[in-house]
Design a protein around this ligand. Structure first.
Ligand code: UT7
Length: 358
């Protein structure tokens, strides 16, 4: 049997005894062009632009058309991130698709791999709802730090418009569709090591992740089935997924309590304080949550990146879309320290503190 061994780059050969670190070298995003405004929603359910804006900060959301697929949207974001990182699709070793709304329950990661022509990449889906991007970033870093993979494409993508009950004003005003992506690379393969040390630079400075399944009922997109007898004494469940259901007040309380705490834990691990943060990018669920978290952490509003007014809550896509827009605007520069936090269904929450760029 012939075993194919990938060549190690010259820099990597020289440094193969040092510990690999992760660097985040490119971002991209894609959102559907069609927009639904708060006023449009006011024609559908009993709500108003004023209520939505004051309670959430959301003004519009972008919604995928019936012919657009999650895989295509994710691939479009991934393509931009690969281009921005300066590598080619065939150099990607791993694709992690963080999503809760795949085109196929078996996963859409492999479809994205094929759309991108990333023929050397293994791909899988990661489901952690609105925490998906942060959980995915930490997962990507483990593969890179262990030396297994050099180039990982992480995509956060969701089309929750497919799963929203558009007659439920408590949830339908919140969600939108989109995808965002980053390329994570090994600092060893990039020759990015500290002077006079065998330690490779590592841009993931600290992280902290949590789950609490005892509050699972607070936010669900749950399967429900009915018993169907196949033969006597052998029954299976046949059913479908119910639309998103949320106890908004409970999730709000959870977010405002847990997000500052988890960011502080990740900062502690990074040996940093809130004063060291250049930018705060929270999961874009609600402007009031972002303001409350920033106030509790004593982070000035100029450092808080928000695009919730334009896109609403795009679940796993919200952090990478906000990151990509800020990079494109020139707001976020190479070397800036970014604190992120994702939170949502599970319940799940987490924070990753990282340095942007090569
Ligand atoms: O991505 C996952 C993470 N998800 C979140 O972070 C969401 C967290 N929760 C929230 O952001 C907020 O709880 C919401 C925006 C969902 C709701 O805001 P709220 O200030 O907590 O409102 P509420 O649920 O306490 O409802 C206040 C009132 C209620 O009426 P009564 O019972 O006081 O008469 C609701 O029925 O507002 C009513 N209401 C609405 N009114 C107009 C609820 N939704 C609407 C609506 N338009 N769309």
């Amino acid at each position: 049997m012939k075993i194919k061994i990938r060549p190690i780059s010259k820099g990597a050969k020289d440094l193969q005894h040092s510990k690999a670190g992760i660097i985040i070298t490119g971002s991209g995003s894609a959102t559907p062009s069609r927009v639904l405004t708060n006023d449009d929603l006011a024609h559908m359910v009993e709500t108003s632009d004023e209520w939505i804006k004051t309670r959430t900060g959301i003004e519009r959301r972008h919604l995928a058309s019936p012919s657009e697929s999650l895989s295509e949207l994710a691939a479009a974001a991934g393509k931009e991130a690969i281009l921005a990182s300066g590598i080619s699709a065939t150099e990607i070793d791993l694709i992690i698709l963080a999503t809760s709304s795949a085109d196929d329950l078996f996963g859409s990661g492999a479809k994205v791999q094929s759309l991108l022509g990333a023929t050397n990449a293994v791909a899988f889906d990661l489901t952690a709802a609105c925490s998906g991007f942060v959980f995915g970033l930490v997962t990507a870093s483990q593969f890179i730090r262990s030396g297994v993979y050099q180039n990982v494409l992480l995509i956060g993508a969701d089309m929750l418009s497919r799963w929203v009950d558009w007659a439920d004003r408590k949830t339908c005003v919140l969600f939108g569709d989109g995808a965002g992506a980053v390329v994570c690379q090994s600092s060893i393969s990039q020759g990015n090591i500290s002077q006079g040390s065998m330690e490779a630079n590592d841009s993931l400075l600290g992280f902290s992740l949590f789950s609490n399944g005892s509050q699972n009922d607070c936010l669900t997109l749950a399967y429900e089935g009915e018993s169907q007898n196949l033969i006597e004494d052998v029954a299976i469940s046949k059913g479908n997924y119910n639309p998103i259901a949320m106890n908004g007040r409970e999730v709000y309380r959870f977010a405002v309590a847990k997000v500052p705490e988890v960011i502080e834990k990740a900062l502690f691990e990074a040996n940093l304080t809130t004063a060291d943060i250049d930018w705060l990018i929270l999961h874009q669920a609600n402007q009031r949550i972002m303001d409350a978290v920033a106030t509790r952490l004593n982070i000035p509003s100029e450092k808080v990146i928000s695009n919730v007014a334009e896109y609403g809550n795009t679940s796993a896509a919200s952090i990478p879309i906000a990151l990509d827009e800020a990079v494109k605007k020139g707001q976020i520069k190479s070397g800036d320290v970014i604190a992120t936090s994702g939170f949502g269904a599970g319940l799940s929450w987490g924070s990753a503190i990282f340095k942007w760029g090569k």
